[in-house]
Design a binder for this molecule. Structure first.
Ligand code: PGA
Length: 257
């Protein structure tokens, strides 16, 4: 089996305070130290954990991300966090447009576009999340919805920045405790279409943007998903929040791709 670079990360959402994150990352770092470079590992903890997390992850092969970022550098934006504030703590990845940001906090594609643009301009990797709702899937318009989210979300970003982009496909109906995991066949089909959209937007450079899948990934479905030709990685919630479980998933994926 030809080795492909696989990206595996987690977003801890509004779970784990700073001391819990510290415990988690210490354990995860120790467990995954020997996988150096084999997987593109990353963790996206709460904002208040970032200072401690950046200390623990210094010199490790786990990259640090933030769950959101404002499109402006500073100003009258109460409750927001700026690129410079995240830079201070060695954050490398800016997660943009997670399903909960879009659906609970009503963020729009236009806002995601501005955030992606600001993130890459400041040297972050922008991890843009896209995904259709159950209703949209039932209408048979998943690919149209994904195409709109990508075309709008990436509208302020040029092909020269493709090296600073990652996409996470996370169908809304597959995420969280009430989520139903998508089958690897379904995800592979969507990823194929997403790749077409990215190549349409950016040409050859669009072919290189890592495409991750997220939504109820667990120890059982991680390998079958990761083996699909158009799936470049996994973006995991609940199943990754225990460092030992996460390490098991990482190892089983690395053992198969
Ligand atoms: P889940 O979360 O793995 O707990 O479904 C995925 C996500 O929201 O990114």
């Amino acid at each position: 089996m030809g080795k492909k670079k696989v990206y595996i990360g987690t977003n801890t959402k509004m779970y784990k305070n700073s001391s819990e994150t510290v415990q988690y990352l210490r354990r995860l770092r120790a467990l995954t130290e020997d996988t150096a470079g084999e997987a593109g590992l990353f963790v996206i903890p709460s904002f208040t954990s970032l200072p401690a997390a950046s200390q623990i992850l210094r010199g490790s092969n786990i990259r640090l991300g933030a769950q959101n970022m404002c499109w402006e550098e500073e100003g009258q934006f109460t409750g927001e966090i700026s690129p410079g504030m995240l830079k201070e703590f060695s954050v490398e990845i800016a997660e943009i447009g997670h399903s909960e940001r879009r659906h609970v906090f009503r963020e729009t594609d236009e806002e995601e576009a501005r955030k992606v643009c600001t993130a890459v301009r400041h040297g972050f990797t922008a991890l843009l999340c896209v995904g259709e709702t159950l209703e949209q899937r039932n209408y048979g318009i998943s690919d149209e919805v994904l195409s709109i989210q990508l075309k709008k979300g990436l509208s302020l970003t040029g092909s020269e920045n493709c090296g600073r982009l990652m996409i996470a496909y996370e169908p809304v109906w597959a995420i969280g405790t009430a989520g139903i995991p998508a089958s690897e066949k379904y995800v592979e089909e969507r990823h194929r279409k997403i790749r077409e959209v990215l190549e349409g937007l950016f040409g050859e450079a669009g072919g290189q943007i890592p495409l991750l899948y997220g939504g109820s990934v667990n120890a059982e479905n991680a390998v079958p998903l990761a083996l699909q030709p158009h799936i470049d990685g996994l973006f995991i919630g609940r199943s990754a929040w225990d460092a030992d479980n996460f390490d098991k998933i990482i190892r089983s994926v690395l053992g198969h791709v």
